[in-house]
Design a protein around this ligand. Sequence first.
Ligand code: WTA
Length: 658
Amino acid sequence: MTDHETLANLLQEDRRFEPPAELAANANVTADAYEHAAKDRQAFWAEQAERLTWAERWNTVLDDSNPPFFKWFTGGKLNAAYNCVDRHVEAGRGDKVAIHWVGEPVDDTRDITYAQLKDEVSQAANALTSLGVATGDRVAIYMPMIPEAIVAMLACARIGAPHTVVFGGFSADALASRLDDCQAKVVITSDGGYRRGAPSALKPAVDEARTKTDVVEKVLVVRRTGQDLGPDGWDDDVDVWWDDVVANASTEHTPEAFDAEHPLYVMYTSGTTGKPKGILHTTGGYLVGTSYTHHAVFDLKPDEDVYWCTADIGWVTGHSYIVYGPLANGVTQVLYEGTPDSPERGRWWQIIEQYGVTVFYTAPTAIRSFMKQGREIPDQRDMSSVRILGSVGEPINPEAYIWYRNVIGGDRTPVVDTWWQTETGMIMISPLPGVTHGKPGSAMTPIPGVAADVVDDDGNPVPNGSGGYLVVTAPWPSMLRTLWGDDDRYVDTYWSRFKKQGYYFAGDGAKKDTDGDIWVLGRVDDVMNVSGHRLSTTEIESALVSHPKVAEAAVVGAKDEDTGQAVCAFVILRENAGDGGADIVQELRGHVRKEIGPIATPRQIMIVPELPKTRSGKIMRRLLRDVAEHREVGDVTTLADSSVMDLISQGMSSSSED
Ligand code: WTA
């Protein structure tokens, strides 16, 4: 058997959910869009580009003369901030709320209209110019989830200074390496933000980063918490208060139109060792892709919907589906500063009730942690306003999908499982809520205008029922253009695996089920080989999580003398399961055997209190592999909470091996 044949999913999923009739009848995008787009993909994207306001029209939709360095809408000119803000004001919607901002401290809220946003973005653009930022200069943004973070991004876009937003949870070292890599001249930050009920400082990390790199000329500081910066916490030559330069700047600012291929931002990808990869996105194609997908996948009705994406602004999801897509579409959205459980575990659901959120977009890791707490908490709130739920970041296992749909969506709402990456810029594979029937665990099919497939080692499409590598087979408008300063690595990382075919290789394994729908199985390095059978960690995790006592599970392949690799599972039990009982490990092994088959039975199951995760919520399997293979645990610096590995090592006493 070849690899791709054995990658086939062994789980059976028969549940189906039809789109609600009313939603289907009024859907933004209907079934004919697929065929229409496939007939002439470039013409389709040109139609979508009409959603934006261009200062100059493009001459060429796609310039593919130098692959894989593709260009979109060449000759076209536009301003991203104008498209996200000014044009809504000019169209008479200045009084519409753009952002319902919710601070973590209760009752610390602000509603910002499009007219106010336009003024603030203009002031910030003027302030950046006065600090010496010119078109093409890079500006780093290191901020909590406060409105000024969005204002800062749009102000950069307005003057054509590419931003690089660094997640506020990253350390000074991580910040310094990013500042250095993109040579950021200015950093925009704040004194701190609120996390779990207390002010949490940010500015000191910028100060520390500045001791490691000398590229930064000015630091613009928003006063959020008012906390003491300490005796050495202010450098008069470098530091400037936002209130001093932005609040006093003029609200008049004429946006300049930039080339469609002008760099919009650099986003560094996390989780890998070595030098971070700076993903470069440009202006026109990116805005076309994010605004179209936001309109299509969330069926967004700007006059009626209240939209909420819980991602942090420091990740690509925050860029594409808080800032650029939604604002280009003129939405009203919620922006929340804090953690889901502060001051109480039901905070998110309280916010949904209070603002009447209709479209909600979050990550499976959050959903599973709410499952663990039990449905009593969300059940206390009226969430009948919700009409569409979205998921992103990792495969959503069928049990989490069902819980999300039932408990948060009142058993009425479609769940759109959206597959995409920092590199793709926009959602690529997803159901359309008014068209596609939901199938728990499957991202279904490429959206209209996107061409993707699952191929074998030689780049040939696999038949239905088989697995292989997920590839994108044609350029798309919001694709990354290169890695910042490293064209060779760009070509090598994404375009060399299927060079002959010219496919973009996403790094994910996937399978097509018997209907031809796509199941993303996770990164290919998360695929195990047990006795010559390829098994997906995700699949076994899904099986474990379908057991009523299990809240969360992570599976890794550990070296094994007999089978090559063996399945090792780390499991967090639900609160109401207590310690699971004396036979819990045998019970779970039996459960996996039953759900998938003997080949998937974990050799080892460890009951643990927490799992090691990066700050973006991705499980760090590398560390778990270290534990499973009895090695000393490696570098833990990118963990959100580095004490987790100690807890897991202690938890090994309750593991079983036979
Ligand atoms: C994974 C986040 C399965 C995948 C937008 C991808 C998913 C990586 C899904 C990109 C999904 C994201 N189903 N897997 N719906 N969405 N992934 O760059 O492995 O942080 O390659 O972008 O997340 O992560 P990134």
